[in-house]
Design a protein around this ligand. Structure first.
Ligand SMILES: CCCCCCCC/C=C\CCCCCCCC(=O)SCCNC(=O)CCNC(=O)[C@H](O)C(C)(C)COP(=O)(O)OP(=O)(O)OC[C@H]1O[C@@H](n2cnc3c(N)ncnc32)[C@H](O)[C@@H]1OP(=O)(O)O
Length: 180
């Protein structure tokens, strides 16, 4: 089925902020994290930027592939905001097209291509040199819709407890539960 942007989705151009402060992909409280900043796009799409830091190296002076996969995964995960659905990555297939040096800003974009029940199909690209620059990485993904219970049941109790006593975190989790 064609994906549908939720009526209460953030407006195109709006900065989304972190879904969790300790998130390795987007959290502001994670010193070596990616600090990826995502914005709502048109339709069910997202743009995001991430600058490769020395802590993200695999080979000397180059980004680790797993870190680049994380950037794609996080951008794809941000599509949740537009569907107003909580979904986790079930499958992530990544193409590494060109090496990405430390200091490079990766310009990412992602879109939902189809939704079938709890399955959300999506794809993403990461470009270098600018939003229209050459593609360095791309991915196709399958996210699966889950309930908040997924995190409460599986997360380590100390972090879950902290998240549940943080009003800002509760507000964010609730925002996702408002489905059409
Ligand atoms: C107060 C606290 C509040 C906290 C909450 C705060 C708000 C948070 C907001 C937003 C969070 C978003 C976070 C984004 C972070 C970035 C994204 C990540 O990195 S996520 C981490 C990595 N991913 C995982 O850890 C998943 C681990 N896997 C699982 O838990 C399960 O496998 C799960 C839930 C994905 C599926 O398990 P099932 O038992 O629910 O469902 P089944 O029946 O197995 O699958 C459903 C359908 O999907 C297909 N499917 C599942 N996995 C597949 C796969 N790998 N490949 C192909 N198909 C797959 C199945 O074949 C099935 O399809 P058919 O309905 O039969 O057509």
């Amino acid at each position: 089925m064609t994906p549908v942007r939720h009526p209460d989705a953030p407006a195109p151009g709006e900065l989304l902020g972190a879904h969790y402060g300790e998130c390795f992909g987007c959290g502001g409280e994670q010193p070596h994290g990616l600090h990826l900043q995502a914005r709502a796009g048109e339709g069910v799409s997202i743009t995001a930027e991430f600058t490769v830091q020395p802590a993200h190296q695999g080979a000397p002076g180059l980004a680790h592939g797993g870190v680049l996969a994380t950037a794609l995964d996080e951008t794809l995960g941000s599509l949740n905001w537009l569907l107003r659905t909580i979904a986790v990555t079930g499958r992530l297939e990544t193409d590494f097209v060109r090496p990405v040096p430390v200091g490079t800003t990766l310009y990412l974009e992602a879109e939902v291509t189809a939704v079938a029940g709890r399955k959300i199909y999506s794809r993403a690209t990461g470009r270098v040199g600018g939003p229209e620059g050459p593609v360095a990485v791309r991915a196709e993904a399958l996210f699966i819709e889950v309930q908040v219970d997924h995190f409460v049941n599986h997360g380590r109790p100390e972090e879950i407890k902290a998240a549940m006593s943080d009003p800002d975190q509760i507000r964010r989790a609730r925002a996702f539960e408002v489905n059409p």
